[in-house]
Structures are given as C-alpha cells and as structure tokens.
Write a protein that binds this ligand. Sequence first.
Ligand code: FAD
Length: 287
Amino acid sequence: MVLAGDVAGLVIRPALEGIGVFGESDTEVTVCVAAGENWHAFVERSLRQGHYGLENLALIPGTVGAAPIQNIGAYGVELESFVYRVHAIDIASGEDLTLGAQDCAFGYRDSVFKHALRDRLVITAIDLKLPLQPHVNADYPSLAACLAEQGVASPTPADVFAAVVAIRSARLPNPADMPNAGSFFKNPMVDDGFASKLKADNPDMPVFAAGDGASKLSAAWLIEQCGWKGRVRGGVGVHDRHSLVLVNRGGGRGSELLALAADIRQSVADAFGVELEIEPRIYGTQA
Ligand SMILES: Cc1cc2nc3c(=O)[nH]c(=O)nc-3n(C[C@H](O)[C@H](O)[C@H](O)COP(=O)(O)OP(=O)(O)OC[C@H]3O[C@@H](n4cnc5c(N)ncnc54)[C@H](O)[C@@H]3O)c2cc1C
C-alpha cells in the first residue's frame, strides 16, 4: 500500500499467529496459516517441511493475510494455484465467513477483495493445499538464466528458492532501507493484435502470451524506454536498477509520488498507446 496522506479512521493490523496442518493425503497437505504470519518465513518453513510449490514466491514482503488481496505472484507462479479457502470476519456484521477459492475470483494481481469485497472483510487465515512432491517451475526467463549461470541443470525446489532470493536481493530495494511498494504498475494486458503491432514497431519489446487472445507487456520495459529509469524528482524517484519500482528517497510526500506516477503513465500512453494501472492500494487521498 501507499500512504499518500493521513488516513481518517480506525486502522487494524491483524497480528494473528499460528500454522497447522489439518489434512494430508499421499500427494498433498492442507495447511491453515494465520493472517499475521510473515509470508517469507512461511515459505521457508513450508520448504523445510517438504511442502512444495511456494518457492517461486520467496521474499515477497508482507503478511499471509495480505497475500490473497492481490493474489501475490512472482517468477511464473501465483498464490491462487494453492488457495483452498480464505477465512475472514465481515466488518459490518462481525460474522465469520469462509470463502472457497472460486469465490475469491483471483486474477493477475487481482481478486474479489479489491472489488465487491473491498475493505469489507478482515482476513484472519488462509488454507492452502501444497504438493508433497516437487513440481519445479523454473521456466521464467530471469529464473532460468540465474539457474543456468549457477550450472544447475535439474533444479530442486531448494535451488529455485535460493535463486529467487538471490535475484530479488540483487534487483529490488529493501523497503526497510529505501521505502517502496515493489512494482508500482501492473504489467499491461492488451489484445494479441495490438501486441503484434507494437512488436512490429519495437522488435526488442518483450511480449508474453497470456491466453484467450491476450498478451502481457512488460511495464518495466515501457517505462525504461520513456527514459524514467533512475530519474530523481524531489524526495521520490524511479529506482536505478528496476524501473517499475518507485522509491521514497527520504522525506518524499505522497503527492510527489502520485504526481511522478501520473507523469510516467502519461508518457507511456503517449509513446505506446498503453494505459498503465497502479498496482498498490493508495490510502489517504480524496482521489
Ligand atoms: C520490494 C517489494 C517487492 C514486492 N514484490 C512483489 C511480488 O513479487 N509480487 C507481488 O504480488 N507483490 C509484491 N510486492 C507487494 C507486496 O509485497 C504484497 O502486496 C504483499 O501482499 C503486501 O503485504 P502487506 O502485509 O505489507 O500488506 P499491506 O501493504 O499492509 O496491505 C495491502 C492491502 O491488503 C489489505 N490487507 C492486508 N492484510 C489484510 C487482512 N488480513 N485482511 C484484509 N485486508 C488486508 C490492506 O488493507 C491493503 O489494502 C512487493 C513489495 C515490495 C515492497
């Protein structure tokens, strides 16, 4: 989230802790994790216990309870592949609710919690089904390149975990040292025809097939082409190693950050005809 100004209202930080396995078959375990658990610590723990699948999602900052909100994803894997149920409290009625995976309407960095159920629930725990056999997913280009560089031909989940941690540590600023919200914009989805046209005009442009006639573009590439990488403006700026990450360099104001984001969006729209969508939730503005 981005705090762009003071937030008028009660702020609750769910700090519930606890992890329990409540179902096991020959192929998978069902794990219930409380919302206040640290996501990365849970990923590490799962791997140690031989509960696989989450290794690509290592080092994503934040809590377990926030993970379903934007269906966290990285290096070719998204949380939705593992979600069985989400437990929550309805803020208006105080009642306990349990949502099945289908009810969560997961999509790319998206879920029902950003739309129909936006700010209406406090998530208290999530149930995940995790495979007991490794299903290594190492096709994502930067992950595959890192493993190849390390000479790992048949990666184990532990190799994937280590490679993801290495890539992220090298490329992304630690929010504890330099405040940031990770990727500030979603990778834009466009129809295949428009993507082919852009590709013809820009042969270096990365384009990923997204199925159903859609293609995913790289927001980082588009921003970099518009000359924003490493640019500094007052207390805020665009990170010099990752053009998708906007940073507070110290003393930056929410209004400065949103003005920078607006100018980046405008220049990408002017240059490529592509609308960038902001990924984090913005609080503390009237907008
Ligand atoms: C350096 C960096 C790298 C990142 N990389 C990735 C990445 O690779 N992939 C990715 O998907 N994200 C990434 N992110 C974004 C971020 O890590 C995730 O969105 C994460 O889930 C945020 O967790 P949080 O606990 O900090 O949530 P917050 O930022 O505190 O909250 C996010 C939203 O969720 C709501 N929320 C949080 N907890 C609950 C709850 N228990 N019940 C109801 N609502 C709740 C909040 O109200 C808010 O709307 C990155 C962020 C940073 C800083």
